[in-house]
Write a new protein. Structure first.
Length: 456
């Protein structure tokens, strides 16, 4: 699916008329953690913008003199999105390189921040005049960690889909959160389960102020939430007053046959009020994982709180990585960026198909799964027990026996916030060739059959 890189002005005006009112800035005091409310701005970084006034001689910041930086220029080549056989030269020098080598704004290089805002308008139909803003960090994980600390108090209840991205579980556990699991299935998060949990919430117990979800190609399940379920989650967020933490690193890795459902960030435009979605984007899957380029978009008071934490933790995202990213995306333009991400999605679709073919050939009668429509993962249930209906546990089989048999994967239990037993396994199809996948599934078949023999 190619995104609209030239939004229709008439449609945009109609959509603007439909946008609900923005939540008041004061209403976000309810969502901010106690630590955030006590945190003070950096006495130096808070004054950085004042240096931009013409004629001002700044004695403010302890910035090193860029004359002593040894780097004179950077040159690299990137693929041409419109022609895979060609490459495009990109150079970074002069004032753009200087900006990349120096301390910068906490929210990121202004031109790159503006480019990302334009990207959100083209990808999600969101205009910056709607009360949200954007900040750039060292990967989306950096942004998620800071957002969690900005809004969650130790011991707070948190709504979290299950299975869930294992990387966030330690963040909540460190705060001793009460993790309330919301089930998922082939259609993504079960909004009916979320409604049941909230409508039967214990009287007198504070309700959760946040729900964490990965709506496209969820790691580990690979599932994508339907538009109907997304709408119900948004309605529940309004009814029960919580924020939706939309972690979306696989948005541009959607390869389903049906039209991609809109993001929570876009869908909230349908609601009577906007400002309950905090969105996290990552370029790790489409540009480079090692560059650690990610950004968060959401209500200004929440993003301001994230920046406040950044200013005292690591000051800012890497200026050099931002400068390189800016040089690339400005060279490509939005059309080139979308053409590239379309090629990336098609690449992973082919990987998905090769994995599923091997899965069917070797584990067709020994496993159950749903076909992912985005992302890089298969989530399949091993039929470990020969007795129908008897649930197995994949932990020892995967961690010990499969590894001894030459296959390394992850048992499903690591993706369950409360660590219960499960027969599911997560396998990544992003790197392996068709031959490697086929051999891995053959080896896993041998392990499962041997395990079933011991249980007869």
């Amino acid at each position: 699916m190619v995104l609209d890189v030239s939004p229709n002005e008439e449609a945009s005006e109609r959509l603007k008329m439909q946008i609900g009112k923005q939540l008041s800035p004061e209403s976000y005091q309810y969502f901010l953690s106690d630590a955030t409310k006590e945190r003070k701005p950096s006495p130096i970084r808070g004054l950085f913008p004042l240096e931009n006034k013409p004629g001002v001689i700044s004695l403010l910041a302890g910035k090193p003199n860029d004359a002593m930086f040894p780097f004179e220029s950077f040159s690299f080549t990137v693929t041409n999105p419109s022609s895979s056989s060609q490459s495009i030269p990109v150079s970074l020098a002069g004032v753009d390189l200087t900006a990349g080598l120096q301390y910068g704004a906490t929210a990121g290089l202004p031109r790159l921040n503006e480019w990302f805002v334009g990207l959100q308008e083209r990808s999600h139909g969101r205009k910056s005049s709607e009360g949200w803003r954007l900040t750039i960090g060292n990967g989306s994980q950096d942004m998620i960690s800071k957002a969690i600390n900005a809004i969650i108090n130790p011991g707070d209840p948190v709504l979290i889909e299950a299975p869930v991205y294992a990387g966030v579980i330690p963040l909540f556990k460190a705060l001793h959160c009460d993790l309330v699991e919301i089930t998922t299935d082939a259609n993504g998060v079960c909004s009916s389960d979320l409604r049941s949990v909230l409508e039967n919430w214990p009287v007198g117990k504070p309700k959760p102020r946040a729900f964490y979800t990965v709506p496209y190609g969820c790691n580990p399940t690979g599932m994508t939430a339907t538009i109907e379920r997304r709408r119900e989650v948004l309605q529940l967020a309004r009814e029960h007053n919580f924020l939706i933490l939309e972690d979306d690193p696989y948005f541009y890795l959607y390869f389903g046959k049906a039209e991609r459902p809109p993001s929570y960030f876009k869908l909230e435009l349908e609601m009577p009020e906007v400002g309950r979605v905090v969105r996290f984007d990552s370029f790790s899957k489409v540009l480079s994982a090692g560059m650690r380029m990610g950004f968060a978009s959401g209500p200004k008071p929440i993003i301001d709180a994230v920046d406040l934490l950044t200013s005292s933790a690591n000051l800012q995202g890497s200026s050099l990585v931002q400068a390189i990213t800016l040089a690339l995306v400005e060279k490509w333009g939005y059309a080139g960026f979308f053409a590239h991400t379309q090629a990336v999605a098609e690449f992973y679709r082919e990987k998905r198909d090769a994995f599923e073919k091997a899965l069917q050939n070797h584990l067709g009668e020994l496993a159950e799964w749903c076909t992912p429509e985005a992302g890089m993962f298969f989530w399949f249930k091993l039929l470990i027990s020969p007795n129908p209906g008897e649930e197995g546990d994949s932990k020892e089989l995967i961690e010990t026996k499969a590894y001894e048999g030459g296959v390394l994967a992850l048992p499903g239990t690591v993706f369950l916030p409360n660590g219960r037993k499960t027969a599911y396994v997560r396998a990544s199809f992003s790197l392996l060739t068709a031959e490697q996948v086929n051999e891995a599934m053959r080896r896993l078949r041998v392990v499962i059959l041997k395990e079933r023999e011991t249980q007869d």
